[in-house]
Design a protein around this ligand. Structure first.
Ligand code: SAM
Length: 281
């Protein structure tokens, strides 16, 4: 083998094993090696589908040494599949460094898309999905965390955050204190047996989770800062564009106008008139 190999980023289920794509299964079978963030979890997956490809670990605590070994193998022509604990490699997990190094060394990378907790959560949250910002885990460093929270409360877009269950209440309280009683959704154990999406104001959510402590994997969605939305997106022209996108997504025109008017705080009659004008030319 004298040509460089290829690094496949294989998205794996965040819940049910059936969420895996056929292309990922085929790749896991055909590659020379699987590099897994959590070998126990990935072995279960491989066993479930009777895949016998050799597996090694690649995680936060061995990523430098193991990363160099993987790059050498790739340069020697091996085909390697990178598998995160769950979801898409590189999204809030150590895959990112390997991806950058591979690009730097001229190794081909291909991503086999599939489940990702952030995307799954934002789609069930009920908040605007046309534009959203992904933060992953908030920083634990005080200063960086304060800056991130400030950005989040100013944001005119839906915000997606990964959070551990034992830190959820602290984060909700910090957000409440900084942002006021913004609407949010706590998406728990998505695509698993105990899937739950709790929607409500930050204070309601805090109350609920004080009564019953949260458990499992959590993705937190924060609604946009409505004032920022109104200031930056409240023109009729933007309204027309929003209506067009909602119609493309399958909504009837009247419903799209109604929702957009509410969302952008526009008079619905004027918005409707503008939509008709634009249509007529
Ligand atoms: N690479 C993964 C992806 O594409 O979703 C994310 C990896 S990150 C280390 C793990 C975090 O994702 C968890 O702590 C949780 O915040 C979120 N997460 C993973 N699975 C989830 C699920 N089933 N339901 C809700 N959130 C989940």
């Amino acid at each position: 083998m004298d040509e460089a190999g290829i690094l496949y980023l294989c998205a794996t289920p965040i819940g049910n094993l059936e969420d895996i794509t056929l292309r990922v299964l085929k790749t896991l079978k055909e590659v020379d090696l699987v590099a897994a963030e959590d070998t126990r979890r990935t072995v279960n997956l491989l066993n479930h589908f009777q895949i016998k490809t050799p597996i090694i670990s690649y995680h936060e605590h061995n990523k430098e040494k193991r990363g160099r070994e993987i790059i050498e193998k790739l340069l020697a022509g091996h085909k390697i599949a990178l598998v995160a604990d769950a979801g898409t490699p590189g999204i809030s997990d150590p895959g990112f460094e390997l991806i950058q190094e591979s690009i730097h060394r001229g190794i081909k990378i291909t991503s086999l898309p599939g489940p990702c907790a952030a995307v799954t959560a934002v789609t069930v949250s009920g908040f605007t999905i046309n534009r959203f910002v992904f933060y992953g885990f908030l920083s634990r460093k005080k200063k960086d965390r304060r800056r991130e929270i400030e950005e989040i409360i100013e944001s005119n877009k839906t915000v997606v955050i990964y959070e551990a269950p034992h830190r959820l209440l602290k984060t909700l309280k910090e957000l409440l204190e900084a942002a006021g009683d913004r609407d949010a959704a706590v998406c728990r154990e998505l695509s698993k047996l105990f899937e739950e999406v709790k929607r409500g104001s930050l204070s309601q959510l805090i109350h609920d989770f004080e009564v019953k402590a949260p458990k499992g994997e959590i993705t937190l969605i924060i609604g946009a800062n409505k004032e920022a939305v109104i200031c930056s997106r409240g023109s009729l022209t933007q309204g027309v564009e929003e209506v067009r996108q909602l119609k493309e997504a399958g909504l009837k025109e009247k419903e799209a106008v109604k929702r957009t008017a509410k969302y952008l705080n526009l008079p619905s009659r004027e918005l409707y008139k503008k939509v008709i004008e634009e249509k007529e030319g």
